[in-house]
Ligand binder design. Structure first.
Ligand code: UFG
Length: 350
């Protein structure tokens, strides 16, 4: 099967490309490298282009003729979306329309979309199921909800078009082979900040709010390992290929950990008693966000294998050490690790 992956050089995209490549899928990555890294694309060819460039999008689709498109490319920083909504609507909504239009024009009908638990805002019921109302509380979440509505309308209007919208909860961890991982400057995510504090990149880890109505006063999240999430994309592509109908699915494990629990685990896993301080609440944080996660298991047959906070943090930690090591080396080549540069993938062959 041939898969076009937008944003395939980014964090979740590159893990999905690796998994697809290992399973023998033919891949073409479309990425403007604004936040992604060329070296993270371990399989398939990379087209360096922007989705605002409609002609290139269409040409790439016409020539590659994918069986499905997985669309990761988007901006994802919530506070930035509050400051710069235009940037978010333009990239996350308008550019998605460009991609969808090019797919329609070229007769490509299967679409897997990176949505987010941010579409729920502050849910009334937790665990939150897919039927809960879309009620985002920031522009980032609005852009994801808007695309979901567009997809729903396209599905209604067109017989052949079908999509799977995957609503990610808190994605974390890294490739256990340590070839790829989170590699984006100034991350805001808790687990990345914790391992970066453990390694000494930050002096202190701040806890944003300790007065939430939760078991220990800190926010609760459903952390999902990035490789389990990558597997969900692969299953989604297969589901569409087998004629599955359009569907929206939560991607989480269905259980939550508090910020304090994550910090305790991070200290244990890293063996570093890093500095932690309490800080005021961060704007727009729901107290508790946990997925109702049955539907994806039922519909896609998804069987997560890394549902283990310790393992999630361990892989994030191992990757962080590897990343720092590689930063001192030539980090621009596709696979900068000495012995692994013999290339397991098909990169460069296409
Ligand atoms: N947190 C801290 N200190 C930090 C970083 C985070 O206490 O240094 C806290 C946050 O306040 C929050 C929890 O840890 O309570 C998790 O925060 P993250 O930034 O790791 O993740 P979010 O839950 O805010 O965001 C994630 C995705 C977003 C998505 C959102 C849906 O990263 O893309 O879930 O609500 F929009």
């Amino acid at each position: 099967m041939k898969i076009l992956v937008t944003g395939g050089a980014g964090y979740i995209g590159s893990h999905t490309v690796k998994l697809l490549g290992e399973r023998g899928y033919e891949i073409l990555v479309y990425d403007n490298l604004s936040t992604g890294n060329e070296w993270a694309v371990l399989y398939g060819k990379l087209v360096k282009a922007d989705l605002s460039d409609k002609e290139t999008v269409r040409k790439v689709i016409r020539e590659f003729r994918p069986d499905a498109v997985i669309h990761f490319a988007a901006y994802i920083v919530v506070p930035e979306s509050v400051r710069e909504p235009l940037k978010y609507y333009r990239n996350n909504v308008v550019n998605t329309l460009n991609l969808l239009e090019a797919m329609m024009e070229e007769g490509v009908n299967n679409f897997v979309f990176s949505s987010s638990a941010a579409v729920y805002g502050i849910p009334e019921k937790v665990p939150v199921d897919e039927e809960a109302p879309l009620n985002p509380i920031n522009p980032y979440g609005e852009t994801k909800a808007t695309v979901e509505r567009i997809l729903r309308d396209f599905d209604r209007a067109m017989d052949n078009f079908r999509y799977v919208s995957l609503r990610y909860f808190n994605v974390a961890g890294a490739d256990p082979d340590k070839k790829i991982g989170f590699a984006y400057p100034d991350p805001t995510h808790l687990i990345i900040r914790a391992v970066k504090t453990a390694i000494g990149e930050y002096k202190t880890l701040y806890i944003y709010g300790t007065d939430y109505p939760t078991r220990d006063g800190t926010c609760i999240r459903d952390y999902i390992h990035v490789v389990d999430l990558a597997e969900a994309h692969l299953l989604a592509v297969n589901y569409l290929a087998e004629g599955g109908k359009s569907i929206v699915l939560n991607c989480g494990y269905g259980r939550g950990y508090s910020v304090l629990e994550v910090i305790d685990t991070a200290k244990r896993v890293t063996g570093v008693d890093f500095d932690v301080k309490e800080a005021p609440r961060r704007e727009g944080d729901p107290p508790e966000l946990v997925a109702k996660a049955e539907k994806i298991k039922r519909v896609l047959g998804w069987k997560p294998v890394y549902d283990d906070l310790e393992f999630i943090i361990k892989t994030a930690w191992e990757w962080e050490k590897e990343y720092i090591k590689r930063m001192g080396e030539d980090f621009t080549s596709p696979l900068p690790l000495g012995e692994e540069s013999s290339q397991k993938g098909n990169k460069g062959q296409q």
